[in-house]
Design a protein around this ligand. Structure first.
Ligand code: NDP
Length: 397
């Protein structure tokens, strides 16, 4: 019998939805690199339901309880008196989501002697101290690819929203009940003909480049490793050797690099000051890649024409976080990767991981971040440990 603690975001303020905007979602069988979508033995939910919140329970309760396991679901995750901390000491498995991260710090892992598996329902396990997981023999797994395209779509949406001044134009006809054409268009441009750059052409970054191409923009990117020449040629990509070189040569900059010490607070006043006046930044990677105050000052001075994204630091941000109220922002909460479409995939991924682990079978290599006391699978390719890892505990981020 295992005890599984799932930390999920709170239900909608009006309660769990009795019905949905659409009757079904498309079935996605595989991802752009050929990896197959999650294939658990069964699921106990209807794809398209709200699964990521407390009442959604990632659709796991019937499956786990039918096998005699205990499932505890809570959204109360922060501080020593939280339900999460109370449930941790005898937990075998913790499930969390980057949107509402249950930070598994070294201190918390030390308080959970039975903990053997930490599942990220989604992508991005930087809320887990990977060094501590390695040291305590905790396996860390995530549903690789499950929401990468969801994030890429959100990024493109926010690029268009900023460049075309969509949100203020919408507000003029709705909240303000106006018909203010000049007010709306005095900051609106076409994306066509601009130069759009992507920092890190991994799964999300490359999907963004592919989705921006039909807009007839000039495309540029930087990454630690250059893409294959045929991909550069197919997408017409200009490669820059580092982030500063890319930043000063584009009009629109999309950030898709992980949060690691070298990207922490990278976008400070100095770097933003080298960008073209009136540039736009869309950051759906991690909030702490930006110096919060530098972004606000650049918006106020006009150095940046707009800033958007769905990641903040800290998260959730306080009510008076300046990005909530600064002009020309298109911010959302951390929602890009939690569409109903994505939830169906990462809930199925969490179930697939649990089915394998409970049966003593290997977890798919592409889902593994840490296993057997070391970085493994996708983790060995995308994460670092030993003091320069991407986890909050190891970096102090
Ligand atoms: P991938 O691992 O597929 O790609 C990351 C890319 O970043 C790799 O190509 C890597 O290069 C490159 N890279 C790493 N460090 C640097 C650096 N210092 N400078 C430039 N490039 C660098 O990740 P994903 O595309 O799946 O995700 C990207 C980020 O998006 C995640 O780290 C996460 O923070 C965020 N994310 C946000 C979500 C959301 O809901 N908003 C959801 C999922 C992820 P190489 O491999 O060649 O070393």
């Amino acid at each position: 019998m295992a005890k599984i603690v799932a930390v999920l975001y709170p239900d909608p303020v009006d309660g769990y939805p009795p019905k949905y905007a659409r009757d079904s979602i498309p079935v996605i069988d595989s991802y752009p690199d050929g990896q197959t979508a999650p294939k658990p033995e069964a699921v106990d939910f209807t794809p398209g339901e709200l699964l990521g919140c407390v009442s959604g329970e990632l659709g796991l309760r019937a499956f786990l309880e039918s096998q005699g396991h205990i499932l505890v679901v809570t959204s109360d995750k922060d501080g020593p008196d939280s339900a999460f901390e109370r449930e941790l000491p005898d937990a075998d498995v913790v499930i969390s989501q980057p949107f509402w991260p249950a930070y598994l710090t070294a201190e918390r892992i030390a308080k959970a002697p039975q903990l053997k598996l930490a599942i990220t329902a989604g992508i991005g396990s930087d809320h887990v101290d990977l060094n501590a997981a390695i040291k305590h023999g905790v396996t860390v797994a995530e549903a690789t690819w499950s929401n990468s395209i969801s994030v890429a779509e959100h990024t493109v949406m926010q690029v268009l929203a900023l460049v075309r001044n969509y949100l203020p134009s919408h507000e003029w006809v709705t909240t303000k009940k106006g018909w203010n054409i000049a007010d709306s268009v005095s900051r609106a441009y076409d994306l066509e003909g601009l130069t759009a750059g992507v920092i890190a052409a991994g799964r999300i970054g490359q999907a963004v480049l592919r989705r921006l191409k039909p807009f007839q923009v000039t495309l540029a990117y930087t990454d630690k490793h250059r893409l294959a020449p045929d991909i550069e040629e197919e997408l017409g990509l200009q490669f820059y050797p580092d982030i500063p070189a890319l930043a000063r040569n584009v009009d629109v900059l999309c950030v898709h690099a992980p949060l690691v010490p070298e990207t922490y607070q990278l976008f400070n006043e100095e770097l933003i000051g080298t960008m073209r006046r009136g540039s736009y930044i869309v950051n759906t990677a991690r909030g702490a890649i930006m110096d919060t105050g530098a972004v606000v000052r650049a918006i106020d001075s006009g150095q940046l024409a707009g800033y958007a994204g769905d990641v903040w630091y800290p998260q959730p941000p306080p009510a008076d976080h300046p990005w909530r109220t600064m002009p020309h922002n298109g911010m959302t909460a951390h929602v890009a990767g939690s569409t109903l479409s994505a939830q169906a995939r990462y809930a199925a991924g969490a179930r697939e991981i649990l089915e394998a682990w409970l049966a003593g079978k290997p977890i798919r290599d592409e889902y593994l971040i840490v296993d057997g006391g070391k970085l493994a699978g996708t983790g060995a390719r995308s994460y670092t440990a030993s003091g320069n890892g991407s986890s909050p505990g190891s970096t102090g981020l």
